[in-house]
Design a protein around this ligand. Structure first.
Ligand code: DGL
Length: 267
């Protein structure tokens, strides 16, 4: 048993949607979260920049003595994980692998869609991972750059959402897929609207949920899970803090972090 915390980092507050899943499935675990809110978005940046930022995020969490780490950000998982594993000498998880495995398991027609930031989609990380699992699965990818700002601004009136979802998902809808990976921390928030547009026959995969399951399996297998009788500690750090963050974090975590978010310098 290991009572040290799990470290989770993301480009901003969207990664709290992953923390939500980890808290659900691993309620006894302490969690230390870092959101690089001063430098969000990662989704529009180059591999070099995302890798540099991710390494700084990971090193900050290492100093907090976490027992393992989760890269909640899909873009960071896609662009920087290869570099992170070489440097970070504790178990580290990304979201691409567990989500791809899940999609391959559930697709019956072997046609899977992936949506994400421009960085995630152009890296083709999901496509490569899915093909590694089953090369007969056809992958249809679509970058949806307007969705992150829309969700962050809480601009989720059904009318506006429908227009944007239509813009991005009309092409994918024609591909007759039965599984779609929500390859961005923000998309689970609008999963009902996406589902409504694609129809109930398309299963949605939430990478946050899948990484939480993989993490639980790993901790139990290695005997690294936290003792049950301890009160879990949760710490939330950001690299920039504004008044809006409390409301944005509530949207992703479904919990009130008023007074619980701390600003830190990481570089
Ligand atoms: N967290 C990012 C992701 O999951 C979305 C926000 C960003 O572009 O940084 O890809």
């Amino acid at each position: 048993m290991d009572k040290r915390a799990i470290g989770v980092f993301d480009s901003g507050l969207g990664g709290l949607s992953v923390v939500k899943e980890i808290r659900k499935i691993l309620p006894n675990e302490s969690i230390i979260y870092l959101g690089d809110t001063a430098r969000i978005p990662y989704g529009t940046r180059s591999k070099e920049t995302v890798t540099r930022f991710s390494l700084e995020d990971a090193k900050f969490l290492l100093k907090e003595s976490v027992k393992c780490m989760v890269v909640a950000c899909n873009t960071a998982s896609a662009l920087s994980f290869d570099s992170l594993v070489k440097i970070i000498k504790i178990p580290i998880f990304e979201v691409i692998t567990p989500a791809s495995k899940k999609a391959v398991t559930i697709t019956k027609v072997k046609r899977v869609g992936v949506i994400g930031t421009r960085g995630t989609i152009t890296s083709r990380a999901y496509e490569k991972k899915i093909k590694e699992e089953d090369r007969n699965v056809k992958v249809f990818s679509q970058a949806c750059p307007l969705l992150v700002p829309l969700i962050e601004e809480n601009e989720m009136s059904p009318k506006l959402l429908t227009v944007v979802i239509q813009k991005y998902l009309s092409g994918i809808k024609k591909k007759k897929l039965d599984t779609l990976i929500l390859g961005c921390t923000h998309y689970p928030i609008i999963k009902n609207a996406i589902s409504k547009f694609l129809g109930k026959d398309v299963a949605l995969v939430n990478p946050g949920e899948e990484v939480a399951v993989a993490l639980k399996d790993f901790l139990i297998k290695k005997g690294l899970d936290s003792p049950k009788n301890l009160h879990p500690v949760r710490k939330y750090y950001v690299t920039d803090l504004t008044d809006r963050f409390v409301c944005v974090s509530k949207m992703f975590l479904e919990d009130n972090l008023d007074g619980k978010i701390t600003k830190v310098e990481i570089n």
